[in-house]
Every structure is written in C-alpha cells, then in structure tokens.
Design a protein around this ligand. Structure first.
Ligand code: AP5
Length: 210
C-alpha cells in the first residue's frame, strides 16, 4: 500500500493514519509534521529553520521538506508500503515526489482526501491535545482522554486560533491546487471526514477496496 492522506489541518489525517495502519501492519506512517516537530524538539539546524514557519502556520520551504521525505522513502522499511500524511502540500512537492517514485519505478496507489468544512476545523484544532508519552491524539470535546492521562496532555504550539486560520488559508491557496495533479492520474478518492472516527475509517477502507 502506497497512500497519500490529504486534507485540511485538523481533517483527521493523523487520527485516520493510526487507524488505517492497524489494518495494514508493516506500512510506514510518514508524517512531515511529526518529522519537523521532532527536529524542532531535538534543536537540530533543520528544526531551528522550520520552527518559525510552523508557529506562524506557514509552510516550511519545499527543499527542506522534500529532503526529509526523499531520504526517508529510501529506507528499507518503506519497501513494504508507506502512508504519507501532510505531504505533498505544494505542486512542487508533488512533482519532486513523482520524480523519486518514477526513479524507483513505483507509484502511489491512492490519494485519500478527507473532506471537512472550514468551520469545524477551528474547533477540532483548538481542542486537540496530545499525550506526550504514547503520542495519542485526543480532543477535549470529541475524544476526551481518560482521567489518569489528562493531567499530562500537551497542546501543540501551532494549535492557536490565529495559526489555525493561517494554516487553513495556506491549504486553500497552496495545497488544494495539488489535487488536479493526482486527478489527472486517476488517483483521488474523496471521503467525508465528519462523524465518529471509526465511521470515517470504514469509509476510507471501503473507498480503498473499490
Ligand atoms: P501537520 O502536523 O501536518 O499539521 P496539519 O496538516 O495542519 O494537520 P494536523 O496534524 O493539524 O491535523 P490532522 O489532519 O492530522 O488532524 P488530527 O487527526 O490531529 O503540519 C504542521 C506544520 O508543519 C505545517 O503547518 C507546516 O508549517 C509544517 N509542514 C508539515 N508538512 C509540510 C509540508 N509538506 N510542506 C511544508 N510545511 C509542512 O485531528 C485533529 C483533532 O480533531 C484531534 O483533536 C482529533 O482528536 C479530532 N478529530 C479527528 N477526527 C475526528 C472526527 N472524525 N470527529 C471529531 N474529532 C475528530
């Protein structure tokens, strides 16, 4: 399985990636957001360069992100399949990815677009919390954490309302225009991302089976 999970910030890409992988062991989850946050936390040069863009809800420059992904895709564990989450996000990233896949003589199977209206996104993002120990994602209203976990939950630095609106604007101006690239290759399936997460997973799995 070689999949791209596509959708606005807060559409549920991370939530659904974890659930899809439960059904597809061996497939590697490649989240550029997670990779960049790890670089920021480790204080690497790349992390220092990315930090300001991320806090402002802006996109990290293409060459930085493409370098990260190209290196990771060359790892042996990706031979069994991968699920890209948050990449590509610009046409230039999609073209770089395609050249790498062409070089390796492989292709993406599907691009799954999780569709969620903008007005729901802000509520999802500002209410998101993460367990730093298990990395599990919760929501204060839609998916509350158990009592013994709630005291250690953290909020992402870019989950403020202002940064969320900036990320949504970037999604509309830079990321949505990537879809015609994959539509022309007949890869796109659209899934309603609203409803119970388990219901959304069933929709994704049936769309992939079609
Ligand atoms: P990234 O980490 O990729 O953030 P994002 O795309 O904005 O997506 P999110 O992680 O915010 O949301 P999600 O869709 O995974 O939703 P989740 O499952 O958590 O990127 C962060 C930053 O890094 C970017 O802004 C940029 O600066 C940089 N970056 C990353 N990739 C880049 C690239 N390729 N190029 C350039 N820069 C890049 O769900 C959200 C909340 O909703 C959770 O609380 C969850 O519990 C809840 N929820 C999920 N599903 C449901 C449901 N069905 N019903 C109710 N609640 C739900």
């Amino acid at each position: 399985m070689r999949l791209i999970l596509f959708g606005p910030p807060g559409a549920g890409k991370g939530t659904q990636a974890a659930r899809i992988l439960e059904h597809n062991p061996g497939v590697v989850h490649l989240s550029t957001g997670d990779m960049l946050r790890a670089a920021v936390a480790a204080g690497t040069e790349l992390g220092k360069a990315a930090d300001g863009y991320m806090k402002a809800g802006d996109l990290v420059p293409d060459d930085v992100v493409c370098g990260l992904i190209v290196e990771r895709l060359a790892s042996p564990d990706c031979e069994h399949g991968f699920l890209l989450d948050g990449f590509p996000r610009t046409l230039s990233q999609a073209e770089s990815l395609q050249s790498e896949l062409d070089r390796a003589k492989i292709d993406i199977d599907r691009v799954v677009v999780l569709e969620v209206a903008d007005d729901l996104i802000v509520e999802r993002i500002t209410g998101r919390r993460m367990d730093p120990e298990t990395k599990r994602i919760y929501h204060i209203k839609f998916s509350p954490a158990p009592e013994d976990v709630s005291s250690r939950l953290v909020q992402r630095a870019d989950d403020t309302e202002d940064a969320c609106r900036a990320r949504l604007a970037k999604y509309h101006s830079e990321t949505l225009p990537v879809l015609p690239f994959y539509e022309a290759r007949n890869k796109v399936v659209r899934v309603d991302g609203v409803g119970d997460p388990a219901e959304v997973t069933s929709r994704v799995l049936s769309a992939l089976a079609r």
